[in-house]
Design a protein around this ligand. Structure first.
Ligand code: ADP
Ligand code: MG
Length: 231
């Protein structure tokens, strides 16, 4: 039995201006359902980050439809799109994107500023979420004093704390040594087992092979999708 779609892309293209223009995505059809853990794999330049930006409503397609948590991106103003993004999507990036000099707790609690919830409530939830990702003993550490693997755990805690419909991660292990990478992959698998929907971009096939569904991109098109059988 299949669950509700969280993310639907139909005929999505993305061209970047230039002479000639760059055809970064050339007609992507892809549906991600609630509770899935999907690895998107492909060589450098295949369009992975462009795809993540469109899935994350950080950019709009040149043509085609993107629907996130039931909202058609094309129907929304930039302002409404920001609200959908804040409520529905959690992001994890290769470079962590944390505020250095602030504690792990502040970094995670600030991720829910948009909710307008009282600071005490946000900090309690942030502490519980840091505990859940294995950082209960590091909550008052400034994030620049943490190891790479620990920093990425903080970023994962920030991404999942607001219970988004989907978490999108772009090369989350790209800056980590192999042991820390494995730990982060294990953490993402645990979160999936708890019911969180995740899309993880990687150029590393070994990492993608640890995810239940794998979508391979090549030259801006889906080359194979384990959910529909390899073409
Ligand atoms: P990947 O993440 O798989 O390495 P990208 O999505 O970053 O691939 O890039 C896909 C293609 O689009 C590449 O040829 C890249 O050079 C090009 N590209 C990406 N972003 C831009 C941009 N802002 N302007 C022009 N070209 C871009
Ligand atoms: Mg990329």
């Amino acid at each position: 039995m299949s669950t509700a779609p969280v993310l639907e892309l139909a005929g999505v293209t993305k061209h970047y201006p230039g002479t000639p223009p760059v055809r970064a995505l050339r007609g992507i059809d892809l549906t991600i359902r609630s509770g899935e853990l999907v690895g998107i794999v492909g060589p450098s330049g295949s369009g992975k980050s462009t795809l993540l930006h469109l899935m994350g409503t950080l950019d709009r397609p040149t043509a085609g439809d993107v629907r996130v948590a039931g909202h058609a991106v094309a129907d929304l103003s930039d302002r409404d799109l920001s609200a959908v993004r804040a409520r529905s999507i959690g992001f994890v990036f290769q470079q962590f994107h944390l505020l250095d000099g602030y504690t792990a707790l502040d970094n995670v609690a600030d991720g829910m500023l948009y909710t307008g919830r009282p600071v005490r409530e946000r900090r309690e939830l942030a502490a519980a979420t840091l505990d859940r990702v294995g950082l209960g003993h590091r909550i008052t550490h400034p994030t620049n004093k943490l190891s790479g693997g620990e920093r990425q755990r903080v970023a994962v805690a920030r991404a999942v704390m607001g219970k988004p419909a989907i978490v999108l991660a772009d090369e989350p292990t790209g800056n980590l040594d192999s042991k820390s990478s494995e730990d982060i992959v294990d953490l993402l698998r645990e979160l999936h087992a708890e019911g969180i929907t995740l899309v993880v971009i990687t150029h590393n096939r070994e990492i993608a092979d640890r995810f239940p569904r794998r979508v391979a991109l090549r030259d801006g098109a889906v080359e194979s999708d384990s959910a529909v059988g390899d073409a």
